[in-house]
Design a protein around this ligand. Structure first.
Ligand SMILES: CC(C)(COP(=O)(O)OP(=O)(O)OC[C@H]1O[C@@H](n2cnc3c(N)ncnc32)[C@H](O)[C@@H]1OP(=O)(O)O)[C@@H](O)C(=O)NCCC(=O)NCCS
Length: 174
C-alpha cells in the first residue's frame, strides 16, 4: 500500500511526460481486461503521449489537476469546456472529462480530494453544473460518483478503438 500523503495541485506544462505515462497506465489498468489488445492499442495511441498531454496542458479550455504522492503522481482529473449532451439540463455545464487514480491509491481518499478540488475548480470557472460520462459497466466509478452527489441522467456512446460502448451520463449541481 502507498504510504505518503498526497496533495492536489494544478498541473503545469512540465508535467506532460509524467501525466502522459500516468494517463496511459491508469486507462490500461482500468479497461485492458474488458477490451481487445487492438482496440486498446488504438485508443492509447490516439489519446495519450507527451505531445498530446502537453497540448492539453496548454489548452485554456482544459483544467488539469494532479495528486502528488512524493515524487510520483497518484491520480489526475481534467475538466473540459465544450458542448454538453442534451440530457444535461443544468445551467453553465462543464465536463469532468477524465478522472483516474492509481490502483495502489484506490479507497484511500485520493479520489475524494481530487473530486473536491475538481468541483472547486469548476465553480471557480463559473460553471453551475458538472457532468461526466462513465462506462455503464464501471461499477466502482459509478458508486464513487453517486457517493459524490452525481446522478445518472442519460447515455452517450463511447468509441474504444473500434468498439462502440455505452456510457452513463451523470450530473451534479455546483
Ligand atoms: C473511480 C475511482 C476514481 C474511484 O476512486 P476510489 O478511491 O476507488 O473510490 P472510493 O473507494 O472512495 O469509492 C468507491 C466506491 O465504490 C464501491 N466499490 C468498492 N469496490 C467496488 C467494486 N469492486 N465494485 C463495485 N463497487 C465498489 C464502494 O461503494 C466504494 O465506496 P465506499 O468504500 O465508501 O463504500 C478509482 O477507482 C479509479 O481511478 N478507477 C479506475 C479509473 C476509472 O475507472 N476512472 C473513472 C473513469 S470515468
Amino acid at each position: 500500500m502507498a504510504e505518503r500523503l498526497t496533495a492536489i495541485r494544478r498541473a503545469t506544462p512540465g508535467d506532460a511526460a509524467s501525466l502522459a505515462a500516468l494517463a496511459a497506465r491508469t486507462f490500461r489498468d482500468a479497461f485492458e481486461r474488458h477490451n481487445t489488445p487492438e482496440d486498446m492499442a488504438l485508443y492509447l495511441a490516439t489519446n495519450y503521449g507527451p505531445a498530446r498531454q502537453s497540448a492539453e496542458l496548454r489548452d485554456e479550455g482544459i483544467v488539469t489537476l494532479v495528486a502528488d504522492a512524493g515524487d510520483a503522481l497518484a491520480g489526475y482529473a481534467q475538466l473540459r469546456e465544450g458542448t454538453a449532451p442534451d440530457c444535461v439540463l443544468g445551467p453553465s455545464p462543464i465536463e469532468l472529462w477524465r478522472f483516474y487514480v492509481e490502483r495502489d491509491w484506490h479507497g484511500q481518499g485520493v479520489a475524494r480530494d481530487l473530486m473536491a478540488s475538481s468541483l472547486e475548480a469548476a465553480a471557480e470557472r463559473g460553471a453551475g453544473t458538472i457532468w461526466l460520462a462513465v462506462w455503464e459497466r464501471n461499477e466502482r466509478a459509478l458508486a464513487f460518483y453517486r457517493k459524490c452527489g452525481f446522478e445518472a441522467v442519460g447515455e452517450k456512446a463511447f468509441l474504444l478503438g473500434t468498439d462502440r460502448q455505452t456510457d452513463r451520463v451523470m450530473v451534479r449541481a455546483l
